[in-house]
Design a protein around this ligand. Structure first.
Ligand SMILES: Cc1cc2nc3c(=O)[nH]c(=O)nc-3n(C[C@H](O)[C@H](O)[C@H](O)COP(=O)(O)OP(=O)(O)OC[C@H]3O[C@@H](n4cnc5c(N)ncnc54)[C@H](O)[C@@H]3O)c2cc1C
Length: 507
């Protein structure tokens, strides 16, 4: 069959190869949306091949995924040993003591259609306002260990609390597996050892398992992880390498017991090292830790030593080493194969975007779901959107490495001097001139995120929006003080996350 033929015949069978987070998220979402009768959905996974077993911190968009599935959030948190996340704390990413928070949700409030931070910049630069994060409900609550869901409280910041989750990745895949199997997805245990292509058009005809089973489908979804069993090994799609922009290519993960189980702070921590950074993800039953490092500067043994020395409690389990090449497949949808998850590409985990990219690929696939005819324009649109999305995320992550005054190691000196994309450089220049920030092309990270990181990394604009001067300093001062007070009062009424979990979703 060539592209365009059999246009209106529906897809009768979808095969998903891989049962990590990507495989089971895809299976669960398709099963929920398509129901049991539209087409067969079969997932193949091999117990002989481990999943990456990381991917424990998320961003707020995951709530939308849960809503589509109709998941009860408290039950979900319980089943995955989950906790809540209001942002990420970055420590040692520049010389400034105390680090900074990239919170979910806005800072302050726009005034006269001018973004809040322009007013703040004017006052802060004169020593008349505290740190930016004092104007963010999420940041203040996170540092005080507080959490609750939004309440219907009119104009109060408590009406709009943006949050995400931390959870155990293995339990998450198990949870979704149960969900998907209940809705008709069949699971086949087996190792794919070969892929058979159709002579006529090079589309995938079937995958062949170690025991000789041949499994056909109309549409194949490659969730086989970094190796890209179908998209790369079978279809030779090619890979666009971004290693020159993101120097970290390795990680080691070692979970440990919490030092103080009663203190659960609702944020991920990212602590920069001489080369790379260490994550800390608090779950109900353990702390997830990992060191993301560049193999050019740090050996695996050194990485384990550096991470182990910083663990707060007794180690649970063996070190889990991961290695990757940063970048994207030249096409994430090629012929009748769609790559979702690590098989599609990877930028490192600094801003917890891996699971979001899976969710977003599923949404795009649903919007562009093919007939048997596979219109090339649908495929091209999917590929274009996927690439643009990942490029914006890449640039946002590169920003953390590029904009720093750290020069205490070869790694940081390299990061400071590396050439970044024109688009990122333009964003940096625009902010540096007059504090202006734009969200472009529906990119994932909004103005709040760009502001948090640009300001947190130490970028200081030369000016602020001229309209700010339409208000007197006294007026601005009063308004800023009011916002600050409202935020503090709101956080005062929030419960500690520990109490919130005990009451609603204790595992
Ligand atoms: C160090 C690191 C930290 C991360 N942290 C985060 C984070 O905090 N937040 C976040 O959102 N994302 C994070 N990610 C990304 C996230 O982990 C992944 O996006 C997610 O786990 C999806 O992985 P996957 O399912 O694509 O691949 P995998 O987990 O590798 O699963 C691959 C599956 O394919 C199967 N398979 C492979 N070969 C075969 C075969 N021949 N036959 C049959 N089955 C096969 C395997 O058995 C497995 O089931 C992180 C990634 C890394 C590397």
């Amino acid at each position: 069959m060539t592209v365009g033929e059999n246009k209106q015949q529906k897809i009768n069978k979808v095969v998903i190869v891989g049962g990590g987070s990507a495989g089971w998220m895809t299976a669960a979402a398709l099963a929920k949306v398509l129901g049991k009768n539209y087409c067969k959905i079969q997932l193949i996974e091999s117990d002989q091949i481990n999943t990456v077993s990381v991917g424990e911190a998320t961003i707020p968009q995951i709530s939308l995924f849960n809503k589509i599935l109709g998941i009860d959030e408290n039950e979900f948190v319980k089943q995955t040993q989950g906790t809540f996340k209001l942002g990420i704390e970055f420590l040692n990413w520049n010389k400034k003591k105390g680090g900074y928070m990239h919170p979910f949700g806005d800072h302050g409030r726009s005034m006269h259609a001018i973004q809040f931070h322009h007013y703040w910049l004017k006052m802060f630069n004169q020593g008349l306002a505290p740190d930016l994060e004092q104007y963010s409900l999420a940041a203040v609550a996170a540092r005080e260990g507080k959490f609750m869901r939004s309440q219907n409280m009119g104009d109060s910041p408590l009406s709009d609390i943006n949050y995400a989750f931390h959870f155990d990745a293995t339990l998450y895949a198990k949870y979704l597996r149960k969900f998907a199997e209940k809705r008709g997805v069949t699971r086949t245990e087996g190792k794919v050892v070969d892929v058979s292509l159709r002579d006529s058009d090079g589309f995938i005809d079937s995958v062949i398992l170690e025991d000789g089973q041949r499994i056909n489908a109309d549409l194949f979804i490659d969730c086989s992880g970094f190796k890209g069993l179908l998209i790369e090994k079978a279809l030779n799609t090619g890979f666009e390498d971004w290693s020159d922009l993101l120097p970290c290519d390795s990680a080691v993960a070692i979970p440990c017991k919490p030092k103080d189980p009663d203190k659960l702070y609702p944020f991920t921590q990212s602590k920069a090292q001489k080369a790379g950074w260490i994550w800390r993800i608090p779950l109900q039953h353990r702390i997830g830790n990992g060191y993301v490092y560049p193999s050019k500067y740090i050996s695996d043994e050194e990485a384990v030593d550096i991470l182990t020395a910083q663990l707060e409690g007794e180690v649970i389990g063996k070190p889990n080493f991961l290695r990757w090449k940063t970048g994207i497949r030249k096409k994430t949808w090629n012929k009748n194969c769609v790559a979702i998850g690590l098989s599609a590409g990877f930028v490192e985990p600094l801003e917890s975007t891996g699971l979001h990219l899976i969710q977003s690929a599923i949404a795009k696939l649903m919007a562009l779901f093919p007939h048997q005819g596979f219109n090339q324009i649908d495929i091209d649109t999917f590929n274009k959107q996927s690439k643009t999305e990942l490029e914006y995320i890449r640039d946002f992550i590169v920003l953390h490495y590029k904009v720093t005054d750290r020069d205490d190691s070869e790694f940081w000196r390299h990061c400071q001097s590396m050439k970044v994309s024109e688009r990122l450089q333009a964003k940096i220049d625009l902010y540096q001139a007059n504090g202006r920030i734009y969200r472009e092309d529906n990119e994932l990270f909004n103005e709040t995120s760009w502001l948090s990181v640009m300001n947190g990394q130490g970028l200081v604009p030369s000016g602020y929006h001229p309209f700010v001067d339409a208000l007197t300093d006294e007026d601005i001062d009063n308004r800023l003080k009011h916002i600050h007070k409202v935020i503090q009062k709101s956080v005062d009424v929030m419960p500690l996350q520990t109490d919130f979990i005990n009451e609603n979703c204790k595992a």
